[in-house]
Design a protein around this ligand. Structure first.
Ligand code: BTN
Length: 274
């Protein structure tokens, strides 16, 4: 019975995604190394069917930002959307904002399932609830082999209904899942359908030059007002009070000599004001 319902859900979701959404291709796999890596391989071949969505029930080599891994069991929604330059603003200086815009869509979907909780965004693009990580985003820009046109792989992992009993105890402490927050079962299919809808809306708004995403992002900012410590790509460390993000999406940090604007960095630690 469970299997039947599972299949039923899956088929209905696939049909819904294929018929009613902006996607030209939807592929759902039982297992893959990483949906982002699969998308990269497709882009390196003669494949040209974007926007596309790749989803997997399990990943054997899920990737996080930098060189980190993403723990990828059943119950985690793991997917990669692939879009082309026609879905992003013409000015390439704005492209780094894509991961922030995606964060807004993910947070909104999470919030709709967990009404009692406050879903927050940790710059650049982690989704947190009560200090625990609920979702992660990994955006990669790669030229497509057929015509060299730039394409964007938007990788998203959301802990929907994860069984933490197999997880590393340290991870278990730092993470949370949507079903725990909602105190009811939630199917990954349900979350994926909402995510596909909201991502389309936010991408369109961003592509058309609207800045609504920034306001939504700022409202959910976890780090604003916190004392933070960041590591820059050069290895240099910075410490100070986070002042939110600027218009372009850079992190602002108040240090003794003024305000530092950081385009890319790893936030190592953060503490709320006393
Ligand atoms: C992070 O928090 O560092 C980003 C995590 C991104 C995980 C998702 S799961 C689907 C997609 N495929 C991957 O290998 N990674 C992303």
């Amino acid at each position: 019975m469970t299997h039947y319902w599972h299949q039923h859900h899956r088929e209905a979701a696939l049909e819904h995604l294929q018929q009613s959404s902006w996607l030209r291709e939807v592929r759902w796999l039982a297992e893959v190394d990483s949906t982002n890596s699969l998308a990269r391989r497709e882009l390196a071949s003669s494949w040209d069917r974007w926007p596309a969505l790749f989803v997997a029930d399990r990943q054997t080599a899920g990737r996080g930002r930098a060189t980190r891994q993403w723990w990828s069991p059943m119950g985690c929604l793991m997917c990669s959307f692939v879009v082309g330059v026609e879905h992003v603003p013409g000015d390439s200086a704005l492209w780094p904002q894509l991961s922030l815009v995606t964060g807004v869509a993910v947070a909104e979907v999470a919030q709709s399932h967990a009404a009692q909780s406050q879903v927050q965004l940790k710059w650049p693009n982690d989704v947190f609830v009560d200090g625990r990580k609920l979702a992660g985003i990994l955006v990669e820009a790669i030229p497509r082999a057929v015509d060299g046109r730039m394409s964007f792989i938007i990788g998203i992992g959301i802990n929907v209904a994860v069984d933490w009993s197999e997880a590393d105890p340290a991870l278990r402490q730092r993470a949370c899942s949507l079903a725990e927050l909602a105190r009811q079962p939630i199917a990954v299919e349900q979350v994926l359908i909402r995510l596909t809808e909201r991502l389309q809306v936010w991408l369109e708004s961003w592509q058309q030059g609207q800045w609504a995403w920034r306001e939504m992002w700022t409202e959910r900012s976890l780090l604003t007002g916190c004392h933070i410590q960041v590591r820059l790509p050069s290895g240099r460390m910075l410490e100070g009070v986070c002042q939110g993000i600027d218009a372009s999406g850079c992190l602002l940090i108040q240090i003794s000599s003024g305000i530092e604007r950081v385009q890319s960095a790893d936030v190592i630690a953060w503490h709320s004001p006393p």
